[in-house]
Design a protein around this ligand. Sequence first.
Ligand code: TXA
Ligand code: MG
Length: 314
Amino acid sequence: MIDNIYNYTPQNIQKAAEIIKCGGLVAFPTETVYGLGANVYDAKAVASIFAAKQRPRFDPLISHIAEVDFLKEYAAVDERVFALAKRFWPGPLTFVLKRIDENPSIDLACSGLRTLTVRMPRHPIALELIRKSGVPIAAPSANKYQSISPTTAQHVSEGLGDKVDMILDGGACAVGVESTILDLTGKRVVLLRAGGTAKEDIEEFLGEEILISTGNPELPSAPGQLLRHYAPRNVLRINVTQPEKDEYFIGFGTIDGHLNLSPRGDLCEAASNLFAYLRLADSKAPCGKIAIAPIPHTGLGLAINDRIQRASYK
Ligand code: TXA
Ligand code: MG
């Protein structure tokens, strides 16, 4: 393993910002998962994100920003967008907006679509890196395409260590599942991906129900909508209360196992442990089989169930 993990120091952030400005790749912590970042305006650098992840190019990237003002230049923003940003940013909520600019340098990050996908992360290292770089940072999760997202710097190093110029270590990610993605291009708000911001909280704030995307898994608008995604190497069985003898069992609440996502049944704690426990199970399952207990389908449970359903798809 290459040792390119750097602790947080002002000098290291400055060094990371220089790498971004010069067209390199920096993996950095956010409150959800680690991102693999490049200057959004540098198409060559953005192309190297796709290459490092072995990710298909139809798949647009999230632009990470530190100032809301960036939106006005590039996207059609109305009061609803600003209100949501004011309430939920910085935080694990991503907006898909109509693009209004003609700047070809961000076409690749947008995968040629007329939409811009953007969020303001809540992690101080991420925000400082964006500010010091002076550009929005395009970043998918810092893992190989379709594999488990990284929630520590070591996870990034194991999967992509030789492909990134620098990994900034910010410890374990507090939220642990990716951001919630909302399509704000139409009249009604549509949930494209359940994630770190609970659907119920958004609905309560908007005072209306949000629609759930019925994206065609054969032709997804987001690979997060692919039937198989976030996958461990081993077979995964979900909604299990009685594991088989040869299964490595991940419990939840009162259903105990080799590991327990949250003994006290806290869905936030469970989300923050999910990807690390899937990795651990992957390395420990004696017969290549993992099972996971039922997870309540409320709050962050929507995001957890979404990830494990896709991870279990054969
Ligand atoms: O929490 C997160 O969102 C993390 C951190 C690093 O910010 N990022 C992340 O990025 O999860 P990524 O690329 O792994 O997942 C973003 C998802 C992809 O499935 C992509 O297809 C979808 O968002 N997406 C991006 N732009 C889209 C668009 N315009 N329309 C539909 N889906 C879009
Ligand atoms: Mg991802």
